[in-house]
Design a protein around this ligand. Sequence first.
Ligand code: G
Ligand code: G
Ligand code: MN
Ligand code: NA
Length: 254
Amino acid sequence: AELEHELRRAIDRQELVLHYQPVVDAATRRPVHYEALARWHHPTHGMVSPDRFIPLAEETGLIEPLGRWVLETACRQLSAWQRMGWSHLGLAVNVSARQLELGFTAADVESILAASDVAATSLVLEITEGLMLDGRAEFCTRLQELRDLGVRLAVDDFGTGYSSLGYLKRFPVDELKIDRSFVQGLPDSSDDVSLVEAIIGMARSLGLELVAEGVEDERQLAFLRQRGCGLLQGYLLGRPASGEAVSELLACSL
Ligand code: G
Ligand code: G
Ligand code: MN
Ligand code: NA
């Protein structure tokens, strides 16, 4: 309860910050977009993990203002990077089911994009697979409205949900993010090899863009690249870093 109270004030007190992790082109290793990841620097508890405060924010409804702040802040950052010369760079932002239930609409996204002068096509919204399995028509409509803006939709943590893939037909998604638990064992685990090859084949035949998460070494990268996974994310390619740190890096590699 105390943490809830503090989370409520954290946004105003600027205790929340965004870190950014690159998602790179598998062939060139150049960043295609950055995923924004929320961090809470609590004045006495130190770093509170999003695995802890995002669920709290969802339970209490605070995810609504928090999610809005995340999107506004990340879009402002992207706009600065684009003006710096990285005009084709994009941004990925995590969106939770609760946010959409609490009235985070396509109109909100549209006005935030307009305020930061970012094109809808520069934005990927990542939605966890569990949410897709919810299957309610209302939810499908919400996603369709977002996509009609020109925003791209990604299924986050793909493969960790249940076995029903029917939602891929019903929901208007553009991209799958292979969960890092499947990438970890590449290329030695024959189970991981089979699963990842199946996901790659499926994404290709459905015309979906594919991102592999959690790429930590060159052997994983070589495997994914050879099999035709287009985009890669993970510590090997870049750890999440502050906006300032990423700005410096981008300035050096223009
Ligand atoms: O960055 P890290 O690996 O610690 O993130 C842990 C989890 O928190 C991930 O599943 C990530 O998707 C989630 N997360 C991080 N930032 C946000 C955010 O801004 N909004 C939502 N909904 N989830 C986030
Ligand atoms: O659920 P989501 O995919 O949004 O979570 C992203 C989280 O994964 C981030 O919190 C980030 O810190 C973490 N992450 C990113 N790259 C790697 C990696 O290579 N290895 C591990 N173990 N975690 C990673
Ligand atoms: Mn994500
Ligand atoms: Na994930």
